[in-house]
Design a protein around this ligand. Structure first.
Ligand code: SAH
Length: 397
C-alpha cells in the first residue's frame, strides 16, 4: 500500500502520542496532503519525528485513524488478521454464552482500527464501513474472516457517502446466507434481524444492558410508552418483564410490521400491545389531550432527525423533548432517557435532564446510569467514542 509522510501540527502530534486515535481534520493546513482515501500515513510532528502510522479516511469524526504507534509495524493483511483475532478472543465469554447470540466482535478504534465495526449475529457476521478509505482495505478483512472459525456468512454495510458508487452491490459478501429474518437471542429474549435490508438490522446492540434492566427491574406492573421505538425492542423487553401494557410510537411506516414481528417471535400477543405510527411530537399532544399517563417512558431519539414539520437535534432539543415526556409521566414514574449523540458527554446530558425537570417543576432522582456495554470496547483518550448515555430517572413528584 502507498504510504506518504505527513507533518501534523504540534497539538495533534501531542494528542495522538497521548493515545487519541482519530487524526483531526485540522491537524494539517491543507487536507490534500493526506492523498487519496485509503492512503497510509506516516504521521510526523513539526520536527519530522515519527508520531504514528494511520490511514486517510474521511468521516464526520476526522480525516482518518491511527493504526499503530510503532514505526516498524507494517500495515498488511497480517495486521488486520491479528487485530480481528485479538478482538474476537476478548469476546470469548460472549461466544460461549448461549443466551446472547448477537454482539459486537470488533469496535473500530476501541479494537485498534477506527472506521470499521464487526457485529456477530448467530454466526453471521456484519462488517460496517464508515469511510471510503477503510473500505478500500476490505479484502484484508474479508480474507481474515475466511480464517475465523464459525463464520457462517459475511454481510457488509457501507455507511459513508457512496457518491453513486457500489450502488449495484447488495450487502451480502460471502458464505451461506441465512433466511431472513434471522432470529438472534439476547439475554434469552428473541429478536428478528435482517442483515440485508437497508441501513439498520432491526436491533441496536449497544442497548443490550438497558433492555435487560427494563425487563428485570423497571417494567413489572407498569404502563410503558416507548418513543422513537423503531422495531419496538424496548417494548418487547418491557412486555416480557411484566408491563401492564406497552405503546410504541415511531414515525416510520415499517415500524408497524417490524414491531409486530418482534413481539411475535417472543410469543407475545401483539394485538394486546399498541403500536402507533406517528410523529412523537404529535403523539405527545394527543396523549395530553386524552390525559394519558405512563409509569415508564423510554426516550431514545436519534441524534438528528428531520421530518416534514421539524428538525430535531439532541444537542439542542433534548431538554424540551424530556419536558414533553414529563407532561405524560405519572407521579413516581420512571423515564429511561437515552442519547447516542457523540458531541456531548454525560455531564452535559445531566444538565439537560435537570433543565427539563426544573421547567416541569418536578423533583427527580437518577437511579442508575448506563454507558456502552462491554463488547463496545472504547479507547482511553477518545471521549467521542464513548457515545452512549442512558439515565434511568425516577420522577418523584
Ligand atoms: N429506540 C430504538 C431506536 C431508535 S432509532 C431502539 O432502541 O430500537 C430512531 C427512530 O426514530 C427511527 O425508527 C425513526 O423512524 C424514528 N423517528 C425519527 N424522528 C421521529 C419522530 N419525529 N417521531 C417518531 N419517530 C421518529
Amino acid at each position: 500500500m502507498k504510504t506518504i509522510s505527513v507533518r501534523v501540527n504540534a497539538e495533534a502530534a501531542g494528542a495522538i502520542r497521548a493515545g487519541q486515535p482519530v487524526i483531526p481534520k485540522d491537524s494539517v493546513r491543507d487536507m490534500s496532503v493526506f492523498g487519496a482515501e485509503g492512503t497510509l500515513l506516516r504521521l510526523e510532528d513539526p520536527n519530522g519525528k515519527y508520531v504514528a502510522t494511520g490511514y486517510h479516511g474521511q468521516q464526520n469524526k476526522g480525516a482518518g485513524w491511527v493504526l499503530s504507534r510503532n514505526e516498524r509495524e507494517t500495515i498488511d493483511r497480517e495486521f488486520f488478521s491479528r487485530k480481528i483475532r485479538e478482538a474476537a478472543d476478548r469476546r470469548n465469554p460472549f461466544f460461549e454464552n448461549p443466551d446472547t447470540t448477537a454482539f459486537r466482535v470488533f469496535n473500530g478504534e476501541g479494537d485498534g482500527i477506527g472506521g470499521m465495526t464487526i457485529d456477530h449475529y448467530e454466526g453471521h457476521w456484519m462488517v460496517s464501513w464508515y469511510s471510503e478509505g477503510i473500505y478500500s482495505m476490505r479484502q484484508y478483512v474479508y480474507e481474515s474472516l475466511k480464517e475465523m472459525p464459525g463464520v457462517l456468512s459475511v454481510h457488509e454495510k457501507k455507511r459513508f457517502d457512496l457518491k453513486g458508487r457500489y450502488m449495484e452491490q447488495d450487502d451480502f459478501v460471502s458464505g451461506k446466507q441465512p433466511e431472513f429474518p434471522l432470529i438472534v437471542k439476547e439475554n434469552g429474549m428473541n429478536f428478528a434481524v435482517d442483515l440485508n435490508d437497508g441501513a439498520m438490522t432491526g436491533i441496536f446492540l449497544d442497548q443490550r444492558d438497558v433492555r435487560k434492566a427494563i425487563r428485570d427491574e423497571y417494567a413489572e406492573g407498569r404502563s410503558v410508552l416507548n418513543t422513537f421505538s423503531y422495531t419496538g425492542a424496548f417494548s418487547v423487553a418491557a412486555a416480557i418483564g411484566g408491563a401492564s401494557g406497552t405503546v410504541s410510537v415511531d414515525l416510520a411506516k415499517r415500524s408497524l410490521p417490524k414491531t409486530i414481528e418482534q413481539f411475535a417471535v417472543n410469543g407475545i400477543d401483539y394485538e394486546a400491545q399498541d403500536i402507533v405510527v406517528m410523529d412523537v411530537f404529535d403523539y405527545f399532544r394527543y396523549a395530553r389531550r386524552k390525559e394519558l399517563e405512563f409509569d415508564l417512558v423510554v426516550l431514545d431519539p436519534p441524534s438528528f432527525a428531520r421530518s416534514k414539520k421539524r428538525t430535531f437535534s439532541a444537542a439542542k432539543d433534548y431538554a424540551n423533548l424530556l419536558e414533553d415526556v414529563l407532561a405524560i409521566t405519572a407521579k413516581g414514574g420512571i423515564v429511561v432517557a437515552s442519547t447516542n449523540h457523540a458531541g456531548f458527554g454525560m455531564k452535559k446530558f445531566r444538565t439537560f435532564i435537570d433543565k427539563a425537570f426544573q421547567a416541569s417543576g418536578r423533583k427527580y432522582r437518577i437511579l442508575k446510569e448506563y454507558r456502552l456495554p462491554e463488547d463496545f470496547r472504547t479507547p482511553r483518550n477518545s471521549p467521542e467514542s464513548d457515545y452512549l448515555k442512558v439515565a434511568v430517572i425516577k420522577a418523584d413528584s
